[in-house]
Design a protein around this ligand. Structure first.
Ligand SMILES: Cc1ncc(COP(=O)(O)O)c(C=O)c1O
Length: 382
């Protein structure tokens, strides 16, 4: 398949992606495990495509068992850690496929012990510790119970221990992250004192990896920034304080494209799209694009975003429809039917960033990326 046969597609730049991973390899050094977080279709980039490009990643993190199984079925043999909950009925698959999973309930621990005895295979878990996010996690007062459990059930192996920061990307003030880090270290010390010494210890997401080296321990879980995006403006600013070359450190890997499917001239005073929310103020050339909110091009971009055509910005006119969008190309005189249109990414000297789209939709770039329809083709280019 190539892009000439497609109405809407995504391109993942091999060059950009591998550049970002080697940047992180250099940042954390050779001895820290680089886990590529490829959940939610690799943040919209295509899980299989990214897993194949991620040669410099030591392991993968996913949210769901189904994602882990897809990676195994596609032939990826590296370690895979499931961060989300695994339904109790499916725990056997974790053991049978030699996966790792986050452990935070006794119920799952007990069932894993039964399964590992029955299958005569170890169940590998990473203990998820509650340090202040109040999401999934084992509270400090539950730790002793888990230590007893591991001593009594050698088939369940505490391969890792980890936590997740609540407030590392939304601020340049890392006081709360420091509090969580202190709680994490003291919980790990308690585990060790009780004779449970998980070989892998991790806390860092992208923002922590970039601005808080103390959180690297011996593994980092790298999500958004492996794809070339800063977790937030605050993360970028904090990093840039110490690293003047920050502007070129990360290169966005994803472009989202379509083609003009119809061109028409409409007189001044004409309405464009549902609800007649836009009325032309001059004789206007409209290009119709075969992309809409069903593809993830958010309806909140109506009358707000712009796309790139022939290296120029073309504003969206009227409402984004389910499968179609109209843009104003009056000022792009050379435009032709079939021209490539960039919804997200660069064209010539212009760029549309996931951050810009996110601010138009009142959300964050994570949501824009992960909601790009997963069925759209993702092509690896350059
Ligand atoms: C537990 C956990 N670790 C790591 C990550 C990666 O975070 P980021 O994309 O900010 O690097 C996530 C993302 O949601 C997560 O939930």
């Amino acid at each position: 398949m190539n892009e000439h046969h497609l109405n809407v597609w995504l391109e993942v730049s091999r060059h950009a992606y591998t550049h970002n991973l080697s940047f992180f390899r250099q940042l954390v050094g050779p001895d820290v495990e680089l886990a590529a977080v490829v959940k939610s279709n690799a943040y919209g980039h295509g899980m299989q495509q990214i897993a194949a490009l991620a040669k410099d990643a030591d392991s993968f993190c996913v949210h769901a068992l189904t994602e882990a199984l897809q990676l195994r079925q596609a032939g990826f043999t590296r370690d895979i850690l499931i961060l989300g909950p695994v339904p109790i009925e499916d725990l056997e698959q974790v053991v049978a496929h030699d996966l790792r999973m986050a452990l935070f309930t006794h119920r799952s621990a007990i069932r894993l012990a039964e399964i590992s005895t029955r299958l005569q295979q170890p169940a590998r878990v990473h203990l998820k510790l509650e340090t202040g996010t109040h999401r999934q996690g084992i509270d400090a007062d539950e730790l002793d119970g888990f230590c007893d459990f591991f001593k009594r059930n050698p088939g369940v192996i505490a391969e890792g221990v980890y936590t997740h920061f609540a407030n590392i990307e939304d601020t340049t003030d890392h006081d709360y992250a420091e509090v969580q880090l202190t709680r994490f270290k003291s919980a790990v010390d308690r585990l060790r004192a009780a004779g449970i010494d998980p070989p892998r210890c991790h806390a860092a997401c992208s923002a922590a990896t970039l601005v808080f080296p103390e959180t690297h321990f011996n593994m980092v879980r790298l999500g958004i920034s492996q794809y070339g995006l800063w977790s937030s403006k605050e993360t970028y600013l904090s990093y840039r304080l110490e690293h003047p070359e920050a502007r070129t450190a990360l290169v966005p890997a994803l472009s989202w494209k379509t083609r003009i499917s119809q061109l028409k001239q409409v007189p001044a005073g004409s309405f464009v799209g549902y609800g007649c929310t836009y009325q032309t103020t001059r004789s206007t050339r409209i290009a119709v694009l075969p992309v809409g909110y069903a593809d993830g091009y958010d309806r909140r971009f109506s009358n707000q975003s712009h796309v790139l055509i022939r290296g120029r910005r073309a504003p969206v006119r009227g409402r984004i429809c389910m499968n179609l969008t109209m843009v104003d190309v009056t000022d792009i005189s050379t435009v032709e039917l079939g021209d490539e249109v960039v919804l997200l990414g660069r064209q010539g000297d212009e760029a549309v960033t996931a951050d810009q789209l996110a601010s138009l939709a009142g959300t964050i770039h994570y949501e824009i990326l992960t909601r790009i329809n997963w069925d759209l083709p993702r092509l690896v280019v350059d």
